[in-house]
Design a protein around this ligand. Structure first.
Ligand SMILES: Cc1cc2nc3c(=O)[nH]c(=O)nc-3n(C[C@H](O)[C@H](O)[C@H](O)COP(=O)(O)OP(=O)(O)OC[C@H]3O[C@@H](n4cnc5c(N)ncnc54)[C@H](O)[C@@H]3O)c2cc1C
Length: 282
């Protein structure tokens, strides 16, 4: 029977709400852009907030840094998107965010594509890191390109003796990144060339795993269709406890973030209700 304890309440880090200025933007891999931001307020971040999410507020296309800065905080609602703090360097008043370059149809992706030193955006965060258990017997990590930042930060924060499997799905072989993960984490890199088409490769790989006995904790994020299939498998068939399963849809094929966020919570609750019903019938 799954243990239906809800995930533990995250520890609330000090939250900032400020304007960030681009220090540099580099093409990390063919489909990933790393933007380094600076602001005096970043001195207040904790260095271990890497892996926590944040909200970014984007200038309108063509709006100058000055116009946006003047309007920011005046009640006008700019386009807002959710990202992950990949690294925080409070001593240098800097943080990095890695943006998937998925084309011009998304305002955030388009913004990152043309980001240059001196550009600005609004920032609210950080949220709490997603994988906080330090004592699991086995860790299962699954991430597509959008969740590489949270997966990498989570793996880098694990104890050196941690064991487990990480299954990444990236767009090209050259999108592979070097992650300073514990040696006992077996890394697999799958290629899926067209992220706009659904992929079953991560699900198939995870369903085929030999699950060890003991406490298993997960950090799973990416395209919502894949994440939902994995949640149902891990919570239902494998009966992992809810508090040990982080499985979160980060985007959805064909939907912009606002529309995705509206349906995401309802779908998660519907999946959990179905899992509870099925496990009660067994
Ligand atoms: C907690 C959390 C943390 C996240 N962290 C990161 C992060 O660190 N880096 C990151 O890149 N993303 C991250 N994401 C995902 C990001 O919020 C979405 O990809 C978001 O939709 C991007 O906004 P946009 O303006 O570029 O596109 P939107 O306007 O939201 O969408 C426009 C179109 O682009 C498509 N699309 C959106 N994302 C992708 C994608 N990754 N690949 C292919 N097509 C896509 C949509 O299906 C839609 O058709 C995170 C999401 C969450 C919930």
């Amino acid at each position: 029977m799954p243990n239906d304890q809800s995930p533990p309440k995250p520890v609330q880090a000090r939250r900032l709400n400020c304007l960030l200025t681009v220090r540099q933007a580099v093409r990390l891999t063919p489909n990933m852009i790393r933007v380094t931001f600076t602001s005096p307020e970043l001195a207040e971040l904790s260095p271990d907030c890497a892996g926590g999410h944040c909200k970014i507020m984007l200038p309108d296309p063509g709006q100058s840094a000055e116009e946006f800065s003047n309007g920011y905080g005046d009640g006008k609602k700019p386009v807002t998107r959710t990202y992950t703090i990949r690294h925080a360097r409070p001593e240098a008043c800097e943080l990095d965010i890695d943006f998937v370059a998925h084309g011009d149809e998304g305002p955030a992706s388009a913004w990152a594509e043309y980001a240059k030193p001196g550009d600005v955006l609004g920032f609210a965060g950080p949220g709490s890191p997603k994988l906080t258990a330090q004592d699991a017997d086995f860790y299962l990590i699954a991430a597509d390109m959008s969740a590489l930042p949270v997966a990498a930060a989570s793996l880098e924060a694990l104890p050196k003796e941690a064991r487990g499997v990480a299954i990444f799905e990236i767009t090209t072989e050259a999108d592979r990144q070097i992650i300073d993960a514990p040696e006992g984490i077996d890394q697999h890199w799958l290629i899926h060339r067209n992220p706009h088409q659904s992929s079953n490769a991560q699900v198939a790989r995870i369903e085929g795993l030999d699950f060890p006995k003991g406490r298993i904790c997960t950090m799973i994020a990416g395209e919502t269709g894949v994440v939902r299939s994995l949640r149902v498998f891990l919570r239902g068939e494998k009966a992992l406890s809810r508090r040990d399963v982080y499985a979160s849809g980060y985007w959805r094929i064909g939907l912009a973030e606002d529309a995705h966020q509206k349906v995401k919570r309802e779908e998660t609750e519907a999946d959990e209700a179905a899992i509870a019903r099925t496990s009660g019938e067994r």
